[in-house]
Design a protein. Structure first.
Length: 378
C-alpha cells in the first residue's frame, strides 16, 4: 500500500512535515509494511519557502534587509540551485507580524526589504522567482520594493519619496534608468489568491487597511494617493491596469509586480503543486492524506487541501483530510475531491491545549490510525 501524506501546516501548532509524519506514525501502527511518503505542502502563504525547499532539495539563505518600519530585520528565503529559482515570502521582510500592534500604521510601513530580497536572489544567480505576498503590513503600492530594484519614485525636487503610503502623496515622477539590468531577465510567479483591485471600495486601502492600522481618514487619503500612483504608472507604462484582479494584493504589491516586472499572479496552491511535482506522487499513491488546521467552506474554494484533492480526483484516488477543527459548511469539500474528512481533537479541551504540538501530533497519529483501520478493511 502506497500512501501520500501531504498536509498543510496547522498554524501555531504543527508544521506541514510534522503533521504528515504524525499521520504516518498512526498508519504504521496498523500496517508496518505500508509505504508512507510525507511531502510538505503550502498554498503560497506561510510555509511556502519550506515546502518548496524541502521538496526540491534547495537551501535556505538568511540575509539582513530593511524591515517594514525601516529598521534592519533578518529574513530567510529559499534558493533552488538546480533551476535558478528563489522562493520568497514577502512577509519575511514586510509582514504584519513584524510590526507591534501599537506601531501599526500603513502610512509609514515599506516593502523596501522585499526588493532587497529579490536583489540578493539575483546576486545568487536566480532569474526565476516564486513570491508569496500574503500577510503584508504595507499599503505603499509596492513602491518600496521597486525603489530597492532601482526605480525612481521622485518628488518635485527629484528625490526619492519617503517610505510608506505617505510617500505616495509626494510622488511626481517615475523613472527607470537606474533599474538593475538583471531584472529584465527575471520572471516572477506571484502567489496571489485575492481578487481585490488597487483602488476603490474593493481596493487594498478600504479592504485591508484597517487590519494594518489605518483609520477611515487615512483610508480615503491612501486611496487617492494610489490612484495618482496608478495614473503616473499608466503614463509611463500604458498597459498598467489598476482594475485587474489581484492588483490590490499586499497593499498594491500585486500592481507593482504586474506593471514593473515580468510577472503573473497565480493561485498559490497551483504554483506549489506544480513546482513540487506533486502530481507524480499523487498518481502513484493508493491513498492520499491531506488537511489543514481548520476545514471549512473557504477550504472548498481552493485552499491547499482542495488543491491536492482536485489533482487526486483526476486519477480517481481516495482522499482523506484531517483538521484541527471542522465546520458544517466543510461538506462542500466532498464535492471537490475530498472523500472524507475528520477532526483530530478528541474530547472537550481548550484551544490552547489542542494546539500544543505534542497534543496535536498525538491526536493526528491516533486519528490517522483509526481511519486507516477502517480503510484497510477494503
Amino acid at each position: 500500500m502506497k500512501i501520500l501524506a501531504v498536509i498543510d501546516s496547522f498554524k501555531g501548532s504543527m508544521t506541514s512535515l510534522e503533521a504528515g509524519k504524525a499521520a504516518a506514525r498512526g498508519i504504521l501502527r496498523v500496517d508496518p509494511s505500508a509505504k508512507v511518503s510525507v511531502r510538505a505542502l503550502a498554498d503560497g502563504g506561510e510555509g511556502t519557502v519550506d515546502a518548496l525547499i524541502s521538496n526540491r532539495n534547495g537551501k535556505i539563505r538568511e540575509i539582513q534587509v530593511t524591515g517594514p518600519l525601516g529598521d534592519p530585520v533578518t529574513c530567510r528565503y529559499g534558493v533552488i540551485e538546480e533551476t535558478g529559482t528563489a522562493v520568497i515570502e514577502m512577509a519575511e521582510a514586510a509582514g504584519l507580524v513584524l510590526v507591534p500592534e501599537e506601531r501599526r500604521n500603513p502610512l509609514y510601513t515599506t516593502t523596501y526589504g522585499v526588493g532587497e530580497m529579490i536583489r540578493d536572489g539575483i546576486s545568487q544567480g536566480c532569474r526565476k522567482f516564486i513570491v508569496g505576498i500574503g500577510g503584508s503590513a504595507t499599503n505603499d503600492g509596492g513602491v518600496g520594493m521597486l525603489q530597492a530594484l532601482g526605480y525612481g519614485f521622485l518628488d518635485r525636487d527629484g528625490h526619492q519619496v519617503p517610505y510608506g503610503a505617505a510617500g505616495l502623496k509626494k510622488l511626481e515622477k517615475i523613472t527607470d534608468e537606474f533599474v538593475i539590468p538583471e531584472l529584465e531577465e527575471c520572471g516572477f510567479r506571484v502567489a496571489c489568491d485575492v481578487t481585490n483591485v488597487l483602488c476603490g471600495e474593493k481596493g487594498c486601502s478600504a479592504v485591508f487597511g484597517p487590519q494594518k492600522g489605518a483609520t477611515p481618514p487615512m483610508i480615503e487619503e491612501m486611496d487617492q494617493w494610489l490612484r495618482r500612483y496608478a495614473s503616473l504608472s499608466q503614463e509611463k507604462y500604458p498597459e498598467a491596469n489598476p482594475e485587474q484582479e489581484g492588483t490590490g494584493a499586499a497593499g498594491g504589491l500585486g500592481f507593482a509586480f504586474l506593471t514593473f516586472t515580468n510577472a503573473a499572479l497565480e493561485s498559490g496552491i497551483d504554483i506549489v503543486l506544480e513546482e513540487t511535482g506533486m502530481e507524480k506522487y499523487i498518481r502513484e499513491a493508493d491513498l492520499v492524506i491531506t488537511g489543514e488546521g481548520r476545514l471549512d467552506g473557504q477550504t472548498a474554494m481552493g485552499k491547499a487541501p482542495v488543491g491536492v484533492a482536485r489533482l487526486a480526483k483526476r486519477y480517481g484516488k481516495p482522499v482523506v483530510a484531517f483538521a484541527g477543527g471542522v465546520t458544517r459548511d466543510a461538506k462542500a469539500c466532498n464535492g471537490e475531491g475530498i472523500t472524507a474528512y475528520f477532526p483530530i481533537v478528541q474530547g472537550a479541551v481548550s484551544l490552547e491545549e489542542a494546539m500544543k504540538k505534542e497534543n496535536a501530533e498525538a491526536n493526528m497519529a491516533d486519528t490517522a490510525e483509526q481511519v486507516y483501520r477502517l480503510f484497510s478493511l477494503k
